[in-house]
Design a protein around this ligand. Structure first.
Ligand SMILES: NC(=O)NCCC[C@H](N)C(=O)O
Length: 407
């Protein structure tokens, strides 16, 4: 077995390799009635969303970052016909297909396509009108439902931050809060098991998709090689945090502390990274509402066990102590303006992606926060964002680092 090709031990180390997903037809396979269940607040215009995403990727590649695409890795991982067959079965099993006849027709549809087209179709979803009506139609196949899809689209796939997370040399393969996003984690499972880049490597698994509690990557931040910050949030359960801490501590990675922040359970704050991201060694963007005092649990390694302490402290005090800093700069979203701050946080003004210490990618629409970042000495790479932001995620949400330089 080869050593892990993954290494991420901070939020800000120079970014060397990152996983993105270029939005596909899935972001237009949305109707007003489906938006709530599929976790969107509006329907993006695909052509512009792709232009915006290409601008995002260009910011990264122009600075020497290797950009890998989920759809490419998935297709490459599924080259083998037997593996592809198993993937289709798993995908259909979790797709809540109405009847056996529909499932058989979808199986035939997917396996009859070239592998890359198959991946695109699975991501895009299949409309009921696109499924050839097979002979054996069970009652369930015949029943008309108000869902126009035989198998749902996966519109949140371009938020590659959430289905799995690189921590150290391993990953958490996540169990997502919602059914619509949990199917996304199947792609990562097959990529890490079957893609030539990963399959013969020793990649520790800190969490697995079959766990019964939820964990999403937007809640997983790496403050330093010694400390993680995990949100207990609308999407991540406390039990998941303790489970990943125990596994990471037992593996002998560099991490000694996991800080669990209990944040408000609401859609605007769905993940810790929607209200808090690291932009430099001692600088953070935050939403004013989480300045604290917050309920923070410190999970520390004690031999083979995990010691848990609770405190109510300000974010500033916790960060200074954990990072051994005399001072930290908390850059408040839109300067805490009572109107600009909630607006820009809603459009992910606090959700930056660092490509090096003090250098971040931001959404153009959050111009108040962007100006304040610049005033604090942060270099901002501004990307267009009108269509991508309709999915309620920013540059950090749309990226999963695979390799960063040590800080
Ligand atoms: N890390 C993140 O904050 N990801 C944003 C995910 C947005 C997506 N529509 C969701 O609700 O899961």
């Amino acid at each position: 077995m080869r050593p892990s090709p993954l290494m991420v031990s901070s939020e800000i180390g120079r970014l060397r390799s990152v996983l993105l997903h270029r939005p596909g037809k899935e972001v237009e396979n949305l109707t007003p009635d489906l938006m709530d269940r599929l976790l969107f607040d509006d329907i993006p215009y695909l052509e512009i969303a792709r232009q915006e995403h290409d601008a995002f990727a260009k910011i990264l590649t122009d600075r020497g970052v290797e950009v890998l695409y989920l759809e490419d890795l998935a297709a490459e991982a599924l080259e083998d016909r037997e593996v592809r067959g198993r993937f289709v079965e798993d995908f259909l099993a979790e797709g809540h297909i109405p009847g056996e006849g529909t499932k058989a027709a979808l199986r035939e549809l997917f396996l009859g396509l070239p592998v890359r087209e198959m991946v695109d179709r699975m991501m895009a979803g299949v409309r009921r009108t696109e499924v050839p009506q097979g002979r054996s139609r069970s009652l369930a196949d015949r029943l008309d439902t108000d869902n126009p899809f035989a198998v749902d689209p996966l519109p949140n796939l371009y938020f590659t931050r959430d289905p799995f997370a690189t921590i150290g040399t391993g990953i958490t393969l996540n169990h997502m809060r919602t059914e619509t996003r949990n199917r996304e984690t199947l792609f990562a499972q097959y990529i890490f098991r079957h893609h030539p880049r990963f399959r013969d490597c020793t990649i520790p698994l800190w969490f697995d998709r079959h766990e019964t509690t939820s964990l999403e990557g937007g809640d997983e931040l790496i403050l330093s090689p010694e400390a993680l910050a995990i949100g207990i949030s609308q999407r991540t359960d406390a039990a998941s945090v303790e489970m990943l801490a125990r596994r990471i501590f037992q593996d002998g990675q560099t991490f000694q502390t996991v800080l669990a922040f209990n944040i408000p359970k609401k859609r605007a704050f769905m993940h810790l990274d929607t209200v808090f991201t690291m932009v430099d060694r001692d600088k953070f963007t935050i939403h004013p509402e989480i300045e604290g005092p917050l309920q923070v649990f410190s999970l520390t390694r004690r031999g083979q066990d995990v010691h848990i302490e609770e405190e109510h402290a300000t974010l500033e005090d916790v960060l200074k102590r954990t990072l051994g800093l005399d001072r930290v700069t908390l850059i408040r979203c839109a300067g805490s303006d009572p109107v600009d701050a909630p607006r820009e946080q809603w459009n992910d003004g606090s959700n930056t992606l660092a490509i090096a210490p003090g250098e971040v990618v931001v959404y153009s629409r959050n111009y108040v926060t962007n100006r304040i970042l610049q005033e604090n000495g942060i270099t901002t790479h501004v990307m267009p964002s009108s269509e991508l932001s309709r999915g309620r995620g920013g540059p950090r949400c749309m990226s999963m680092p695979l390799v960063r330089d040590a800080v």
